[in-house]
Ligand binder design. Structure first.
Ligand code: HEM
Length: 435
């Protein structure tokens, strides 16, 4: 009952998840367009930077915001004081991101700066809302710690991001590329990495129906991951390969402890058949240590000419995108089902909310896209990258189709039970907590 009482009006989390699904299609379309410049990308504005931020802000940021706004109140039992800031964060973030993408794609400095500042404002509202929830949380100490480090990393990555934009016009930074790498490490490992690890310690036991993993793995993965991000950022800012290598090693040990804890949950969970989503999640768990080893090797120039781009691709598309697509295809129907509990009308089973075929198409095309684009970068072939981007677009459209089908099932369920339109702006009073 507590969890149900903490459900937000469905349009709030679903607008973030829906936007992530739409931006996912845009990432691969933009990747097709920017293919020529990808293998040799070494920073700076242009189509490739636009692709990176359509992915990181458009898919990752949207998913992280939607999940944090809905999951934290449900998991910690702490309610939002008001939903006005949640709506404000949405409008600032979406409008700023679109202007920033345009600025990066066209290299128009004014658009980059205005877009960057408005996105930053949206992120700061998000940060304030989540900080208020974390401050009042009295449970889940490990998960709360991960989230705090995620928020501090967010603040720092935004400051560096805006400084990088301003530096493009005024050239005041001591080393633009070093700061660009520090921004990448804070963003992908500090913000997204810490949030996904922290939320994994809530979501994976919840989906596997297991207890929280016992043993020290949770704290070990937290402190080592924190150390890896700190040493990595320091190494990037001073351009030190040994520090970057050390950070990659710390990160690899942290990820081993995290994966060990996650596998404990899967082994000891009551639900054994976790379906296609956990095939993606397990694949992402495999790509996390691989991308860290690649990062360490790239820091010493051992990955060849396109090494840094291959590392960034494996980090963003291999680990983070694969993981988030696995998680999203579980939380979207789960959240819809939690909002479908009308008196006297049995809510549908999760598997009845959408067909399985679109998710199979997505998983197959996603794997194909990773292999083709990764090979295209390694062998400097823009045609291979374009081929991979086409597979990515097909997979992303299939995922969007799945998302729309779930939302349509939600609307139809309420139409049938209310004999009218679906309640969108008010959470559903409940009768049966476990649909
Ligand atoms: C307000 C938000 C943000 C702004 C203003 C921003 C700005 C920038 C800028 C200006 C660069 C180019 C650096 C260069 O010239 O080489 C950059 C690079 C990058 N950003 Fe962001 N960014 C933001 C958010 C994010 C987020 C949330 C992520 C990831 C989760 C991210 C990931 C990256 C990556 C991976 C690069 C490429 C670094 C490189 O290879 O040089 N950014 N960002």
């Amino acid at each position: 009952m507590g969890a149900q009482m903490r459900l937000l009006p469905p349009t709030l989390p679903f607008r973030f998840f829906g936007a992530a699904a739409v931006m996912h299609v845009a990432v691969w379309l933009a990747g097709f367009w920017a293919a020529e410049g990808i293998p040799a990308f070494s920073g700076g504005p242009g189509p490739v930077l636009a692709v990176i931020h359509i992915l990181t802000l458009g898919v990752f940021g949207m998913t992280a915001m939607g999940a944090a706004f809905q999951l934290l109140p449900v998991a910690t039992g702490v309610a939002h004081r008001s939903l006005v800031p949640v709506r404000l964060a949405w409008w600032l973030y979406l409008s700023g991101a679109v202007v920033l993408f345009y600025g990066f794609a066209t290299s128009i400095h004014a658009a980059m700066l205005i877009g960057g500042i408005v996105v930053a404002a949206g992120f700061m509202v998000f940060l304030a809302v989540v900080a208020s929830l974390l401050r009042r949380a009295r449970t889940l100490p490990l998960q709360v710690r991960f989230a705090w480090v995620g928020l501090v990393s967010l603040l720092l990555l935004v400051v560096l991001g805006l400084a990088l934009i301003e530096d493009l016009a005024r050239g005041f930074l001591p080393d633009h590329q070093f700061v660009g790498l520090a921004h990448l490490i804070l963003a992908a490992f500090g913000f997204m990495g810490m949030l996904t690890m922290g939320f994994s310690y809530i979501l994976v036991p919840m989906f596997a129906l297991s207890a929280n993993p016992p043993g020290p793995e949770g704290s070990v993965s937290f402190f080592l991951a924190l150390g890896a991000v700190a040493v990595g950022v320091a190494g990037a800012l001073v351009g030190s390969a040994p520090l970057l290598g050390g950070a990659a090693l710390l990160g690899a040990v942290a990820s081993a402890a995290y994966i060990r804890a996650m596998l404990w949950s899967l082994r000891n969970g009551m639900r054994k058949n976790l379906g296609l989503s956990f095939v993606l999640i397990k694949a992402a768990w495999l790509m996390l240590p691989v991308c860290l080893v690649m990062g360490g090797a790239a820091a010493f120039g051992m990955l060849g000419e396109h090494g840094p781009v291959l590392f960034t691709f494996m980090l963003l598309f291999g680990w983070l995108l694969t993981f988030l697509m696995g998680i999203l295809q579980r939380i979207i129907p789960f959240l819809a089902a939690m909002n479908m509990s009308k008196k006297g009308k049995k809510p549908p089973r999760l598997s009845e909310l959408a067909e399985a075929a679109p998710l199979k198409i997505h998983a197959f095309c996603h794997a194909l896209a990773l292999i083709a684009v990764g090979s295209g970068i390694a062998f400097d072939s823009s045609n291979l990258i374009r081929g991979g981007a086409v597979a990515g677009v097909v997979g992303a459209l299939a995922f969007l189709w799945f998302t729309v089908t779930v939302l349509r099932s939600y609307r139809d369920y309420h139409k049938e039970s209310d004999g009218g339109s679906a309640p969108l702006n008010s959470a559903t009073p409940v009768s049966n907590p476990n649909p």
